[in-house]
Design a protein around this ligand. Structure first.
Ligand SMILES: Cc1ncc(COP(=O)(O)O)c(C=O)c1O
Length: 485
């Protein structure tokens, strides 16, 4: 349910930047409070659902014929799209894709960030053709020159010295947590409530009624994660200080802004405070930049001048080719060397590493994407478009008198059904509204615009144009106006 009436907003006409350590670059917009007509929303959602079914017979047939797939989809998350079945996908290039029924859609979901470089950018296609086709070799368990190039480029961008590669952001997090426990000799991890860091066992905890508990829906946990993990709300330095005072936490695993429960931005001074408490309690600080990479060429780490001990990333790094990476500061890498002398094994079956990780194909992809696609210039253009997107949404929220907010982190925007913009995962989770989300998603899909299946995230890629953003702005305004009629 949307939270209403918690604070009285100003008249809602003007955009109000939410002040942070870098105020001009992180924004939240808001409108005035006026409750929604739920009955009308229910009717409109039903109309959009019917239209979705009618417009997508081929997608529906694909889904119904998928008798040999768990949950009728290639990967169970794909069951999350609004409408009862996902679009069947035919082609994708740049910022658009086509579905099996021949509709072209502007893609603001971009594979939930995996395709932030855009679909099949030319540099990636050429690099793969050269590596896999002309020279040959997808995976060999042997190094080549691309690895040091990518490591050096990641070090330049994020200011973190030593890198190793994985096949996913999940694995980057998993492995770096093992290393953190090894190095510190401490057993626990700390995460923020309602964060998501991939399928990392230790991270499936939330705060509820002031107490840690296993996240609702946690699938077959091996152990109760409250025994491995401390959890506090984001933007609460007192709670973090109290949790780390036990000095049994090896590392805080954090996104610099929460991005998996809407975007929850750090309040002024918060990230600096996190660093300070970690220093005081000798706790390692790992920033997961998998989504916050949207903040710029060196992610939120560079943009906000952060100093993590380790950094993890995945998804968009290889343009969608499976890959991920973790980086260690010079100091942490030196501590790792010392710790390894105790006998832990990172060269074989000790729990860090994977057969296909660091393979030649994913390294060629990362080199192409970092070198030629997700460049400084590309990020600047992506952010300009995201600002345009946020303004369009913010304007409509204000014009139609809704108690909603929109937040932006570089190339990424997201609107929440809450005002003011939530400052913790718990607040943001409480503002979710499944029916409203379904209605807005289907309204877009039925008219050629795709948002992520997860909440209301929209991401810009280098090929996203002002015109693409304009289409969303117009549709969003219409969808909201229909709710108000
Ligand atoms: C912040 C963050 N870290 C890690 C992951 C895991 O990424 P993957 O599923 O590609 O391993 C995700 C996935 O959504 C994420 O949002």
């Amino acid at each position: 349910m949307a939270r209403r009436g918690r604070a009285k907003p100003p008249d809602g006409k003007d955009f109000q930047p939410e002040r942070g350590p870098d105020p001009g670059e992180r924004r939240a917009y808001h409108g005035a409070v006026e409750p929604l007509n739920r009955k009308r929303l229910t009717q409109l959602a039903a109309v959009e659902r019917a239209s979705y079914h009618e417009r997508h017979p081929e997608s529906r047939a694909l889904h119904e014929a998928a008798d040999h797939l768990v949950a009728r989809v290639p990967m169970t998350w794909m069951g999350k799209w609004a409408g009862g079945f996902p679009l069947g996908f035919a082609t994708a290039r740049g910022a658009t894709l086509t579905d099996l029924d021949g509709h072209e859609l502007i893609d603001f979901a971009l594979g939930d960030t995996g395709a932030m470089a855009g679909h099949s950018p030319d540099a990636l296609v050429a690099a793969l053709a050269d590596r896999v086709g002309r020279r040959g070799g997808v995976t060999t368990m042997l190094p080549n020159e691309d690895a040091e190039w990518v490591g050096a480029e990641l070090a330049r961008r994020f200011g973190v010295a030593k890198w190793s590669f994985t096949l996913s952001a999940t694995d980057a997090n998993r492995w770096v947590l093992r290393l953190a426990r090894l190095i510190t000799g401490r057993p626990k991890v700390l995460v923020f409530s309602h964060s998501y860091h991939g399928t990392v066992d230790e991270s499936f905890v939330v705060v509820e009624d002031g107490r840690a508990r296993s996240r609702p829906g946690n699938v077959g946990p091996a152990v109760d994660p409250t025994t491995t993990t401390r959890v506090v709300e984001f933007n609460d330095l007192d709670a973090l200080g109290a949790a780390l005072a036990h000095r049994d936490v090896a590392a805080v695993l954090a996104e610099p802004a929460l991005t998996n429960v809407g975007i929850v931005l750090a309040q002024p001074g918060y990230l600096e405070g996190v660093r300070q408490i970690c220093d005081e309690t000798e706790t390692l600080l790992i920033f997961d930049e998998t989504h916050t990479f949207s903040a710029g060429p060196g992610g939120a780490t560079r943009r906000f001048g952060l100093r993590p001990d380790a950094l993890t990333i995945g998804k968009s790094l290889g343009g969608g080719v499976p890959c991920g990476a973790y980086g260690l500061s010079e100091e942490l890498a030196a501590r790792l060397d010392v710790a390894l002398a105790g006998g832990a094994d990172i060269q074989d079956v000790g729990g860090v590493g994977g057969t296909l990780a660091g393979n030649a194909m994913s390294l060629a992809a990362m080199r192409a994407v970092l070198g030629e696609v997700l460049t400084d210039d590309a990020f600047a253009a992506m952010e300009r478009r995201a600002t345009l997107f946020a303004r369009g949404v913010g304007d409509a929220i204000a014009r139609h008198g809704l108690a909603w907010s929109v937040s932006q982190l570089g190339a990424r925007c997201e609107y929440r059904f809450a005002f003011p913009a939530p400052t913790s995962g718990g607040q943001s989770a409480a503002s979710a509204d499944a029916l409203l989300e379904e209605y807005l998603h289907l309204y877009g899909v039925n008219r050629g615009v795709l948002l992520t299946p997860f909440h209301n995230m929209a991401l810009m890629c280098p090929a996203t144009s002002d015109a693409h953003v304009g289409v969303h702005t117009e549709l969003f305004d219409q969808a909201v106006a229909a709710l108000r009629d």
